[in-house]
Ligand binder design. Structure first.
Ligand code: HAM
Length: 421
């Protein structure tokens, strides 16, 4: 065993799997960028209070899972467990809310939750997210959801479903909360669960224990108690999704792990993943900005799990992009050939071709094995005598055919062989 291992519950992505990671992340981000979302890069750690206030003290994320520590200046800082609170902090701090609305932002990066590690549940997880701030239009809810759906599909994924519900707004949620509490307080609940029912009754509906599930099977659900405005909002979101051809199932018992959600709330679920089946989730968070000291602007967004999307692709037997590391592998056999091929490699790279070279004078056999392993479709092979004669051997690695090409025509020859001319 080596002296050091990665921290518990944290994945390393190495070649060639890392190409899957990059392909998934970029594919999901692309979907957002094509809809006009601008990249935002934020700190990995923030003031602890931002998450406590933004995500909610009663959530598992804040109460049990945060990586919180005092820095050397004795400030309490936390590795970000999610992205929305930080985005809101930055939007308020830099006055983006005073510019044109909606503010549309996207991001990708690591998040940290001290959860019990298991398949698909990591302590450093990667997300791609978007936030659309400042316009409460159900059409925007539908856009955000459609971007996630299109992002997953662009990767070739199709074994997932979108679950959606509405968590109401401040005109109907307080009454529903009371209704739910009345129902829960009549049940024979243990001490802990009772306390949870007092602080955040919705969370009791998320209890996985069969006994509690049974007792709460007939609990009232928010969807049956929406205000007229919230219901109209939800119906319009669904009408837009229908028109966009985004399939969904309504799940009135959905409970999200973060407290800021209002109105439209959704999750993307993949059945090939076992217990950790959520490949993405999001929703509206209309009170969040004000709660963080900003204006009373609405917002909607999502976070998609890159790690879990990779697992979902694997479960479907699919992969994104090729596994080839390079297009061309150069094999110099001699000192002069090393220089000439290195220069040609630099020119090809400048023209957008991915090129690697054999190093270390291992002889032609070892070098050709390295060429095959690289996934390249072409090898460039030359000894010092070829260089003197001004020719380079171009070998098709799939068929084994090799022809000599004049060195000054090599760039054009390679580009045309790779269909890049
Ligand atoms: P979330 O549902 O907590 O939402 O996380 C989003 C996604 O991140 C999940 O669906 C899952 O795929 C992935 N994820 C979460 N925890 C883990 C973990 N421990 N290991 C692997 N993957 C994980 C949010 O974070 C919200 N900020 C999303 C949002 C943005 N809502 C509005 N705007």
């Amino acid at each position: 065993m080596s002296d050091f291992q990665a921290p518990k519950g944290v994945p390393d992505y190495l070649p060639p799997d890392s190409a899957q990671f990059v392909g998934v992340r970029d594919g999901l981000l692309d979907s957002a960028r094509r809809a006009g979302y601008g990249d935002i890069e934020l700190p990995i750690f923030e003031d602890t209070a931002l998450f406590a206030r933004g995500v909610g003290e009663s959530t598992d994320v804040v109460s049990k899972e945060m990586y919180t520590f005092a820095d050397r200046g004795d400030r309490s800082v936390t590795l970000r467990p999610e992205g929305t609170a930080g985005v809101m902090r930055a939007v308020i701090e830099h006055g983006l809310d005073r510019g044109p609305l909606p503010v549309k932002l996207c991001y990708a990066g690591p998040f940290f939750r001290y959860e019990r590690p298991q398949a698909g549940r990591y302590r450093q997880l990667q997300q791609v997210g978007v936030e659309a701030i400042g316009v409460d239009d159900p059409a925007l809810d539908a856009e955000v959801i459609a971007i996630a759906d299109a992002g997953f599909r662009s990767l070739g994924l199709d074994g997932f479903r979108l679950e959606i519900t509405s968590l109401g707004d401040d005109t109907c949620r307080p009454q529903y909360r009371e209704l739910l509490q009345d129902f829960l307080f009549k049940l024979d609940l243990d001490e802990d669960t009772r306390r949870r029912a007092e602080i955040n009754p919705l969370r009791v509906l998320d209890d996985k224990r069969p006994k509690v599930r049974e007792m709460t099977a007939d609990a009232p659900v928010m969807l049956d108690h929406l205000s007229d405005a919230a219901k109209q909002h939800f119906d319009t979101v669904l009408a837009h999704l229908d028109a966009l051809g985004v399939p969904y199932v309504i799940n009135p018992r959905m409970v999200r792990g973060l407290d800021y959600y209002t109105k439209t709330t959704f999750e993307f679920v993949h059945d090939g993943l076992g217990a950790q089946s959520g490949i993405g989730g999001g929703g509206r968070y209309d009170g969040l900005m004000q709660q963080l000291g900003g204006k009373d602007l609405s917002g909607i967004g999502f976070g998609l799990g890159v790690d879990r999307t990779m697992l979902a692709l694997k479960a479907e037997g699919k992969s994104v992009g090729g596994t080839a590391r390079v297009d061309v592998f150069a094999v110099p056999l001699g000192e002069q050939a090393k220089i000439t091929l290195a220069v040609l490699a630099a020119r090809l790279r400048a023209a957008g071709v991915r090129v690697d070279l054999a190093y270390g004078d291992r002889g032609i056999k070892g070098a050709m094995r390295a060429a095959d392993r690289s996934g390249a479709s072409l090898a460039l092979v030359a000894g010092d005598r070829d260089i003197e004669a001004g020719t380079i051997g171009v070998k098709n690695l799939a068929t084994g055919d090799q022809v000599d090409v004049a060195a000054d025509g090599l760039l054009a020859e390679v580009l045309s062989r790779l269909n890049r001319a």
